[in-house]
Design a protein around this ligand. Sequence first.
Ligand SMILES: [Cu+2]
Length: 105
Amino acid sequence: MRYLLAGPLIYCLLVSCGERQAGAKNHIVLIQGMKFQPAELTVNSGDTVTWINKDFVDHDVTEEQTKAWTSSVLPNGKQWSRVINSSTDYYCSIHVVMKGKLKVN
Ligand SMILES: [Cu+2]
């Protein structure tokens, strides 16, 4: 009897219950032409956002209100990812006019 119950539980852990996590998406924000593109992005909680610096100058991705998190300096061609769980405004602390916004559904 114990084995009969363990089977579905293990199946659940390995396969079906993992699908919710697998449903999380990855979004790309390009840093190009001194802008975040797209500057506004709507995601689901738990999604990952990856920023890629396509410019030849350094940029960073920093939470704007309290600087709660930062990518640190991203040279040309580098990328950085973060799992997003709440709406947030961010900017580039090197070029403070560069701003972006993430909205969580
Ligand atoms: Cu910048």
